[in-house]
Design a protein around this ligand. Sequence first.
Ligand code: NAP
Length: 275
Amino acid sequence: MEYKKLARTGIEIPEIGFGTWKFRGESTVIRRAVELGANLIDTAEIYGTEAAVGSAIQGIRDQCFIATKVSPGHFHYKDVLSAADGSLRRLGVDTIDLYQLHWPNRSVPIEETMRAMDELITAGKVRFAGVSNFSVQEMKEADRALGEGRVVSNQIKYSLFDQGFGDEVIPYCEERGITVLAYSPLEQGSFEADARKRKELGNALNRVSQETGKTAAQVLLNWTIRSPVVIAIPKTDRVPRVDENCAASGWRLTDEQYAALTQAAGAVTGRRWWT
Ligand code: NAP
């Protein structure tokens, strides 16, 4: 596993982490991910998987970097504080390593939400603050509210099949050294069916798979983590796929392979489901 800096914190995080939305696997799956270095485990209060993460990391918590999220319905000051306590309890930890605002909520002033975030950091309940599904403009507002440079990450949908939001957010994050956590990098498991529908992209993916000797999933993940600020957080319920996904790290597509895939994918963009 190769590691990248979490923004300018000096902390290293793996370029392949582990997502847990809809996770129904055994603890051994998460423990295998940690064993292979994919020790950034992403969850959210809304997923219903914090307790499963908590029990999987028992005895190995110090080897893990735990990222969870507060739901937009809890962005008022007091609600953020109690949501964090709920997550800490379900995870069975004293500190959340990365606490992310799950998606923007225009009806609550970001200053109010970040006042609670600041208090959680001061109290040692949260190490670092992040956001998710935030546009560049929303990132600027969040950063201003918490204090310049203190929002260390933005978690966004980003895959070869859906590059639109990344095209907007990643250049800004590269400029500032902000980390991007790419979610649904395998298109929620539909990448094989999608590749069959999009012939040019499917052909490019097959060709690069053959050239590299890597699986299509590994090629997709490697494409996703091309930028020095981007890590991917694929989810799987299965140990063999943890091994497969982690082996997407430690090598690089050539410039030609990267360009061929990007060009074949074109600029198709998914809907912003949270707006
Ligand atoms: P994903 O990681 O793109 O895809 C997961 C699906 O792909 C599962 O159905 C899994 O099936 C399958 N899969 C995994 N590895 C595979 C492989 N090597 N070959 C073939 N299929 C494979 O989708 P995601 O769960 O939406 O995204 C990842 C994580 O991002 C989430 O778990 C969550 O932590 C985060 N996320 C965040 C947001 C947000 O708003 N911030 C939104 C969505 C997701 P099996 O489990 O059967 O292997």
